[in-house]
Design a protein around this ligand. Structure first.
Ligand code: SF4
Length: 458
């Protein structure tokens, strides 16, 4: 049975795939990514060994997840911070609401975090009268446009320079012919006012470090550092899968994430936050909280086959490698996490009834798995999701009989040949729009099959 999300998905996919402007922008921005990644690959002494090591650390951590999370809690608490455990998105929002009400927080600066997107933090803060401003330039652009992030690493990848100029012109009256540098300087000036006035700063966490009781945040603009330096309160929201055993592991994960995320040797700013400022320190927040978010992750953890999906370090490489993502675009998925990793985890995080259809948006080319820095078998997991979707009855009731019928007729040439080309073309025409899409012409069957023509020649 089709669900409304599936119907919308198909409509959007058909529309975006043929949107020439979208294709051009994505090609241009992805092209820059591919060039940087190819150049960066040469920096590894042994890239495959790095992938093996990263995969092994993440798998080991998952096997001891509760121990490492508790170790983190103990050490972070000793550093003066507070750890809050959120089972659901609502729990996380309730914690933040309480902290803000107790501390009379009215304005927030926020650095890029997909976990905060997952709990719809900005929308929830608006409901309690708190202004939340995105400070990552890409996020700032999509927030101004009233949109969600298009990509987990590069949220405004779908926008060209001209699109951003139009947006800045609409909101700030900035000249349309402004250069990228001029627009960046404008955003910088606007954001600086927000940093100075904010009551609280919110970040995500790329890694939660168990033995140090700290979080690691990578970024390129210094905005996370600014968001946490001025306000008196710092909150970090991290999925429970972000934990790594040791501070030393950052020596591998920081460059590995940067290389696979953007092709950089390491991001411009790499910060470790280990609690509120100490008595003898002049900078930093007076209170620091880390919210550890479950929100469906233990549902993935419980399933042996899918546990590995919690190894993800959110580098976005699988999105950039995916031929489907590049054609249908980030928004078509209608999920926080798009592309192959989103296809794997979204049904488990948010329900098969709404997201089972995503597993059909895959050609099983396995390009995603071949680039994943933690060796996630993404294509296998997508196939596993298909199995679950079939078992759960989430596909259209006619699908199986149609496939069985198709298999029966095409298995033997004598069956396929029992009707002529005209009949085959008629059937193709009737099915064509649904199966083949409305924008492509279905190849014509010849009047006589090759087999029959060949026989007649003998
Ligand atoms: S699944 Fe792998 S490639 Fe995809 S975002 Fe996660 S770590 Fe990166």
């Amino acid at each position: 049975m089709s669900n409304p999300k599936e119907i919308q998905f198909k409509k959007d996919a058909a529309r975006v795939s043929f949107d020439e402007k979208h294709r051009k922008t994505i090609r241009f921005n992805m092209g820059k990514y591919y060039a940087a990644v190819a150049k960066g690959a040469a920096r590894y002494q042994d890239r495959e060994a790095a992938r093996d090591k990263a995969a092994a650390i993440k798998r080991h951590t998952l096997e001891h997840l509760s121990e490492y999370l508790q170790q983190f809690e103990k050490n972070f608490t000793r550093n003066g911070g507070t750890v809050l455990w959120a089972r659901t998105a609502d729990d996380a929002v309730a914690y933040i609401t309480q902290i803000f009400q107790e501390n009379n927080v009215k304005s927030v600066v926020k650095s890029k975090s997909m976990t905060t997107e997952e709990i719809e933090l900005n929308e929830n803060l608006k409901k309690i009268g708190v202004e939340s401003v995105e400070t990552d330039l890409g996020e700032y652009i999509v927030q101004l446009a009233g949109e969600k992030p298009y990509h987990i690493v590069t949220p405004a990848m779908h926008k060209s320079k001209a699109d951003v100029a139009q947006l800045f012109n609409k909101h700030f009256g900035f000249p349309l012919e402004s250069s990228a540098e001029e627009m960046t300087m404008l955003a910088r000036a606007k954001l600086r006012e927000k940093y100075m006035a904010a009551d609280a700063g919110i970040t995500g966490a790329n890694f939660v470090i168990a033995d140090k009781g700290a979080i690691a945040v990578t970024e390129n603009e210094g905005n996370a550092l600014m968001s946490t330096s001025f306000p008196k309160i710092q909150i970090a929201i991290a999925g429970i899968e972000k934990v790594i055993p040791s501070y030393k592991d950052l020596a591998l994960f920081w460059p590995h994430l940067a290389q696979n995320g953007t092709g950089q040797p390491i991001t411009a700013y790499s910060s470790v936050f280990s609690g509120p400022k100490k008595e003898n320190e002049s900078h930093g927040p007076e209170k620091m909280y880390v919210i550890l978010l479950d929100n469906g992750r233990t549902n993935i953890y419980k399933q042996d086959t899918f546990r590995v999906a919690l190894s993800c370090i959110r580098c976005g490489a699988c999105l950039n490698a995916c031929p489907i993502y590049k054609n249908i675009g980030g928004y078509t998925y209608n999920t926080t996490y798009q592309g192959p990793i989103g296809t794997v985890i979204s049904p488990h995080l948010r329900g098969f009834e709404s997201f089972a259809h995503l597993c059909t948006a895959c050609s099983l080319c396995a390009n995603c798995a071949s680039v994943c820095p933690v060796r996630m078998p993404l294509n296998d997991l997508i196939l596993e999701n298909r199995k679950l979707a079939v078992q759960g009855g989430y596909f259209h009731a006619m699908e199986k009989p149609l496939i069985d019928g198709f298999t029966f007729f095409t298995k033997k040439a004598s069956r396929t040949d029992c009707v002529g080309g005209d009949m085959k073309n008629l059937v193709a025409k009737c099915l064509g729009k649904n199966v083949w899409g409305s924008k492509r012409a279905f190849p014509k069957f010849a009047k006589k099959s090759f087999r029959k023509s060949f026989k007649n020649r003998l």
